[in-house]
Ligand binder design. Structure first.
Ligand SMILES: Nc1ncnc2c1ncn2[C@@H]1O[C@H](COP(=O)(O)OP(=O)(O)OP(=O)(O)O)[C@@H](O)[C@H]1O
Length: 720
């Protein structure tokens, strides 16, 4: 350690000791104070403050901060050190902030400052504050012990740009089975997204590994801090592609001290709103179909069920159907509960179309039926003879039941199903309407609906019908919605979610280059942005990739370039590693080579390894074969709910969103990965899952998507 580093280390040791003492003291006192459960409102408010204090201090006690910024606000005359941590800590006597919460306005300087001698500024509630930055320092504290001090900027040094050394140290670490927070190394372009204003629909196109998922989770924590008066955690939700992915990301929010944010798949949420009226047809079959090898795959066009039913045009079609129903959605005849008494249909129409016009259709029906019942009671009151009254009461109830059979109480599913069959349709919905839908879709839907099953692409239409029929109860509204892997969402899904989201407050993240579910997703972000007012929409691009080494990113980019015109290429951070290995093997030697590869990777620095097959069936076979030769692996299928880490075997399309220290891509042959857009995206997704090591195994002709002669980034040799 040179003298400068040594003195910085000593200075930080002292400071840490003081901070630790203060935190210990405060926590001890708070823990000793009995919790107040009584009725006094002031005491209750104080108890909330104490509880917050306990919570923050418990969080801060092991690692009080991770960064320091020396900032001289213009006009103050001298710089003061700001220590930045996951939770703010105040000196009880002086009220001075010992640690600043990373989400506080001033902390944004720590992330946005990129070096140089010029003044820096941040946005505070009192306006723009500017001044000079003297020092940016990263600190690693674990269990109250100072482990590392790295200066990434020093105004008195020659090099005046903020260095990447600490970021590279962080990126070089191995991964276990959970995504982690990045508060200590958030980059300026990520920070802009995290701190963007709440009432905007943010759309973020980010290359693989650019931190989209991580940024979205940090943004939720930021919004909860910055808008604490306006948003509640339980009213925020993050939609992720599957339950295993949710498990994988489940650690980040608690690490950031944020609880209770809903985390769900669109499917689970939709089924809940629909009160589980339908079941989802087996997804394995759908996936097998869309991820079959080359020629066995159906064409992906606008007639594919997901694209067709996910389009806004389909929403307009449903609107048309619902509007038609609405205009005729009342009985046609007067209602007569008994001879001589009549409620004219004109009155019923008036109640339905005029008096209750602001209610959704089914609610209106309910209100009108209640009104008819009240009217009947009034008529009955006019009958004096008790036995007759009793008889009329019974008779009229029966009459009403019969009358209402001509006024069915649709649910989302009964209405939707009716559209695809020729039975039970009201006159307002002639069967000719079906001409708007491709025959194959009508036939497949009708078959499925008979079993009360639906496809994933039916959920947005069902939810939409549900909201038109029943409305949205206020406890279902979200304060903010995050959609991860949004390129796989349909415009219709986003339109439905918009109805459930106050002020269109969205963070929508994805990567068009990873759009492997093209049969249901979008091809262009404009398909979403067109819903939102231009002034309330934000669009960001993230180009830097933090996950993988330079060699892996360059290789993955070359795959994309061979299959996609105008690809969005990732820019790697300068983290060099081993070359990508492309290993040829015979069918006979294939398994032995996989075994050797796994052993070699685990003996090196990798602790999570993925063996990636092209299809689910091949993954199953590989898993079985590896088990037989004594290698324990976790088989990941589309039904998986938990990500365990270790050695995983999975089909390439299920790797999306995950990451592993090392990836072994199996069968990268011409047969398995053709020179098509879809296969290029699939292989790109597979390659970009690797942090440190990427190995490709080839038995037969190599895929035309792969260039082996890039000797600076690939090798064909097995490591010694
Ligand atoms: N600023 C950062 N500092 C440290 N690590 C980072 C940073 N940004 C991203 N990472 C790391 O990069 C990896 C990729 O992040 P993440 O999974 O959020 O990216 P993504 O854009 O959602 O990826 P993909 O689209 O490929 O699934 C993670 O390991 C994350 O911790």
């Amino acid at each position: 350690m040179d003298t400068k580093t040594q003195s910085a280390y000593q200075e930080e040791l002292q400071r840490l000791e003081q901070t630790n003492k203060e935190i210990d003291k405060q926590l001890e006192r708070l823990r000793a104070t009995p919790v107040y459960y009584g009725p006094d409102l002031t005491e209750q408010a104080l108890e909330v403050l104490r509880e917050n204090g306990r919570h923050n201090l418990t969080k801060a006690i092991d690692e009080p901060y991770f960064g320091r910024l020396d900032f001289e606000e213009t006009g103050t005359g001298s710089p003061s050190p700001l220590y930045i941590g996951k939770a703010g800590v105040e000196d009880e006597r002086t009220g001075r902030l010992l640690v600043i919460d990373w989400r506080a306005p001033v902390a944004s300087l720590f992330y946005s400052f990129t070096g140089g001698l010029d003044a820096a500024s941040y946005d505070s509630p009192d306006g723009i504050i500017d001044g000079l930055v003297y020092l940016k320092r990263n600190l690693v504290v674990r269990k109250q012990i100072l482990q590392r001090v790295v200066d990434t900027y020093d105004r008195n040094e020659d090099s005046l740009s903020v260095g990447d050394e600490f970021l590279l140290y962080r990126l070089g670490e191995n991964k276990d089975n959970k995504l982690r927070d990045i508060v200590s190394t958030i980059q300026a372009e990520q920070d802009r997204i995290i701190r963007a204003a709440k009432n905007t629909a943010l759309i973020i196109q980010g290359v693989a590994g650019s931190g989209k998922t991580t940024v979205a989770l940090h943004r939720l924590a930021f919004l909860l801090y910055q808008y604490r008066e306006q948003v509640r955690a339980e009213r925020m939700i993050i939609f992720a592609p599957n339950s295993m992915f949710l498990d994988y990301i489940s650690g980040v929010l608690p690490e950031l001290g944020v609880g209770n944010i809903q985390q769900s798949t669109f499917t689970d949420w939709a089924l809940d709103v629909l009160d589980h009226e339908v079941q989802i047809a087996d997804q394995e079959i759908t996936l097998q179909r869309w991820f079959a090898l080359g020629s066995k795959r159906p064409p992906v066009d606008d007639q594919a069920p997901g694209r067709f039913k996910g389009a806004i045009a389909f929403k307009s079609f449903l609107d048309d159907c619902l509007n038609r129903l609405e205009t005729t959605y009342v009985p046609t005849a007067d209602f007569s509960p008994w001879d001589g008494v009549k409620l004219p249909i004109a009155t019923i129409r008036e109640w339905f179309f005029v008096e209750n016009k602001h209610y959704p259709m089914i609610k209106r029906r309910e209100r009108v039926v209640a009104r008819i019942k009240r009217w009947m009671e009034i008529q009955l009151e006019k009958v004096w003879e008790q036995s007759l009254k009793k008889e009329l009461k019974k008779k009229s109830a029966q009459k009403l039941r019969t009358y209402l059979t001509g006024w069915p109480e649709y649910t989302a599913f009964t209405f939707y199903k009716m559209l695809f069959t020729d039975k039970g349709r009201p006159d307002s919905l002639p069967v000719e309407l079906l001409q708007n839908i491709p025959e194959s879709i009508v036939a497949a839907s009708a078959k499925l609906f008979k079993k009360k099953e639906v496809g994933l692409e039916d959920l947005a239409p069902l939810l939409y019908i549900h909201t038109r029929l029943h409305g949205i109860s206020s406890d279902r509204l979200f304060d903010h919605v995050v959609i991860d892997e949004a390129q796989d969402f349909s415009p219709f899904q986003v339109a439905v979610l918009d109805a459930y989201t106050r002020n269109s407050s969205f963070t929508i993240l994805g990567d068009l280059s990873q759009g492997i579910h093209a049969y249901q997703g979008i091809q262009n972000w404009k398909e979403f942005s067109s819903f939102f007012q231009e002034e309330e929409t934000g669009y960001f691009e993230l180009e830097r990739s933090y996950r993988s080494t330079m060699e892996i990113i360059q290789f993955a980019n070359s795959v994309l370039q061979r299959g996609v015109s105008n690809p969005l290429l990732a820019v790697p951070v300068f983290r060099s590693g081993n070359k990508v290995r492309v290993l040829q093997t015979s069918l006979k030697e294939r398994l032995t080579l996989v075994q050797k590869a796994i052993t070699s990777l685990l003996a090196g620095t990798s602790s999570t390894v993925a063996v990636v097959a092209r299809t689910e069936k091949q993954a199953q076979e590989l898993h079985d074969a590896l088990t037989l030769i004594g290698i324990e692996t976790n088989l990941i299928t589309s039904k998986q709910r938990v990500y365990r880490g270790g050695i995983s075997v999975l089909p390439v399309y299920l790797t999306k969103g995950l990451e592993f220290d090392a990836v072994i891509l199996m069968d990268v042959t011409a047969e398995h990965y053709e020179a098509t857009l879809m296969d290029a995206k699939l292989l790109y997704v597979g390659c970009t899952r690797a942090l440190h090591e990427l190995w490709l195994l080839v038995t037969g002709d190599i895929s035309p998507l792969v260039t082996v002669d890039q000797s600076e980034i690939t090798t064909t040799e097995f490591p010694k």
